[in-house]
Design a protein around this ligand. Structure first.
Ligand SMILES: [Zn+2]
Length: 135
């Protein structure tokens, strides 16, 4: 089973990003390697919407360039829902295009969940492992 590795501090950071964006959805890119998150890049939700998010193309490109220059990958896309932490039909469409790990934080349930769109065209929830900063 696929797993994403985050520190407790990183999970708190994602929750803070989500809460600060309310009433709208927030979004961020998670850079790292082998499923382990090293850096969180908060992104601006140009939709300024409580039900969708979009990232400006130049900001998107900068994130990929930064990842590459630091020898990392964009391993996950994070966004928040002022609702349940499950992918919307729009999310599923974008998950198919961007087959990385998708993290969704629910500001109503204070819960973080991770999903992947797998080769059988199924959205599957994956495990979130909390690791120590050094590990
Ligand atoms: Zn969503």
């Amino acid at each position: 089973m696929k797993t994403i590795y985050l520190t407790a501090a990183q999970i708190r950071q994602l929750a803070t990003i989500a809460k600060e964006a309310l009433p709208n959805e927030s979004c961020a890119f998670l850079l790292g390697d082998n499923g382990k998150v090293v850096k969180i890049l908060p992104m601006r939700n140009i939709d300024e919407s409580p039900v969708t998010f979009s990232i400006e193309p130049t900001e998107l490109l900068n994130a990929y360039n930064l990842a590459e220059s630091e020898g990392m990958q964009v391993i996950a896309i994070f966004h928040s829902h002022p609702a349940k932490p499950s992918p919307s039909s729009t999310d599923i469409k974008f998950m198919e295009i961007n087959p990385v790990i998708w993290l969704i934080y629910s500001t109503t349930e204070s819960q973080l969940k991770a999903f992947v769109y797998d080769e059988d065209d199924i959205v599957e929830e994956i495990a979130i492992a909390i690791v120590s900063p050094k590990g």
